[in-house]
Design a protein around this ligand. Sequence first.
Ligand code: GTP
Ligand code: MG
Length: 191
Amino acid sequence: MKSEFLTSAAGRQDWPESTRPEIVVVGRSNVGKSSFINAFTNRKKLAYVGNTPGKTRLINFFTIDDQWTLVDVPGYGYAKMSKAQLEKLGKMMDDYFLHRENIAGVIQLVDGRHEPTADDVDMVQFFREMGYPVIIGATKIDKVPKTKRIAALKKISQKLQLPLASVCPISSVEKTGFDKVQSLIDEKRQH
Ligand code: GTP
Ligand code: MG
């Protein structure tokens, strides 16, 4: 897979002019969005990974195989941000999700170790209303004992009201689960 950084955007004036389909990686802060992008593209430092949450502040666009665009966005639910910062981020994200015509699908990441949060449920509901196809990635699955994984995935699927087939267990540390995500992406971006 060929991957390259395209651009970062603080607002619509910076959105790339490309007409390529965009697949957006969303999820609460620290869930593993940037790690996912690096592991998925097999690059060590394509997206910035931090030890403290709230590291990604801009919308980052990466071109994949000269064909489509993977998008890294700031996480939600990060409490240690000022009200002004939160408002600014919220506006930037709303504008993107409501008005960006390239969006072909969303990879919603949730923490594989826990039940989805109320915010996770709201986000999925919002994407459903927008008509965006949603793929769920259950991250950090390496931290869930193997015997408990199926039950964890079922719970996530139930809580988010999405078919189990669209819930992919992934580990960016062990680099597992990407084939399934890849085939679901290929399905979505063809539409
Ligand atoms: P923000 O940009 O702050 O919204 O966070 P993010 O969602 O981009 O998370 P990031 O990729 O920066 O990862 C957060 C932390 O989780 C880092 O310490 C990662 O090393 C760790 N992490 C991410 N994915 C995995 C995984 O699959 N397994 C394990 N064990 N740790 C992970
Ligand atoms: Mg990030």
